[in-house]
Write a protein that binds this ligand. Structure first.
Ligand code: AMP
Length: 222
């Protein structure tokens, strides 16, 4: 099971990823989480932090390098989910050139208004990447992670003005990626589906699992 979750910031990729990897017991590569783990005490860490804080994408060259290293270091090969990658067509091509075959592409669809509502109020547990929301998905204890009890934070890039930049970046790059994977789906190399992500977490999760169940064994390269 090799899955890519696509969708704009705030569509629930992170939340759904965590549910899916636990349910199917598969590995996750979350580029956003990896980037946030870079320390700011060097030039590279500072540059990453700076780009994220203004809602701009990090260079393809660096992202592709990080993905290659992550796959190698963590011995990722059989079952995995990619969250936040690819975000540009060059990243999608690089993934194909890495000979990493993907079985399922799941694209989460949501309106900009809903995105802003969701991100503005989102809380994150930095070490694990678990996310909550002050209204829609509150932690059991205010501002504390449900599993570890550690503090939750608001992400700097979840402020409305930065969210708007992130959306601009998303819309600039996402069409060529979806076209690329739709072509792959026509060749029956992958299964592609779009899921309406404007309902609650459990409902979206159920729709994703139904899609995965229904399409099991129906692709050329499983
Ligand atoms: P996320 O946690 O997926 O919302 O990502 C947070 C930020 O990390 C993005 O707004 C980008 O600045 C950066 N980022 C994450 N994934 C990528 C990627 N595949 N390519 C470029 N930048 C990325």
């Amino acid at each position: 099971m090799k899955i890519i979750l696509l969708g704009p910031p705030g569509s629930g990729k992170g939340t759904q990823s965590k549910l899916l990897i636990n349910h199917y017991n598969i590995q996750i590569v979350s580029i956003g989480d990896i980037l946030r783990s870079y320390k700011e005490n060097n030039k590279l860490g500072k540059k990453i932090k700076e780009k994220i804080s203004i809602g701009k994408l990090i260079s393809d060259q660096l992202i592709i390098k990080i993905v290659k290293e992550t796959f190698k270091k963590n011995n990722i090969s059989k079952n995995f989910l990619l969250d936040g990658f690819p975000r540009t067509i060059d990243q999608a091509i690089a993934l194909k050139e890495m000979k990493i075959k993907i079985n399922y592409i799941i694209e989460l669809i949501i309106s900009d208004d809903d995105i802003i509502k969701r991100l503005n109020g989102r809380l994150i547990h930095l070490p694990s990447g678990r996310t909550y929301h002050t209204i829609y998905n509150p932690p059991k204890i205010k501002n504390k992670d449900d599993i570890t009890g550690e503090n939750l934070i608001f992400r700097d890039d979840d402020q409305v003005k930065v969210i708007k930049n992130r959306l601009v970046e998303y819309y600039k790059f996402h069409k060529p990626i979806t076209n690329f994977y739709k072509k792959e789906a026509k060749l029956k190399n992958i299964k592609y589906c779009q899921i309406n992500a404007d309902s609650d977490i459990a409902n979206v999760n159920k729709k994703i699992k139904n899609f995965l169940k229904k399409n099991k064994d129906q692709i050329n390269n499983v």
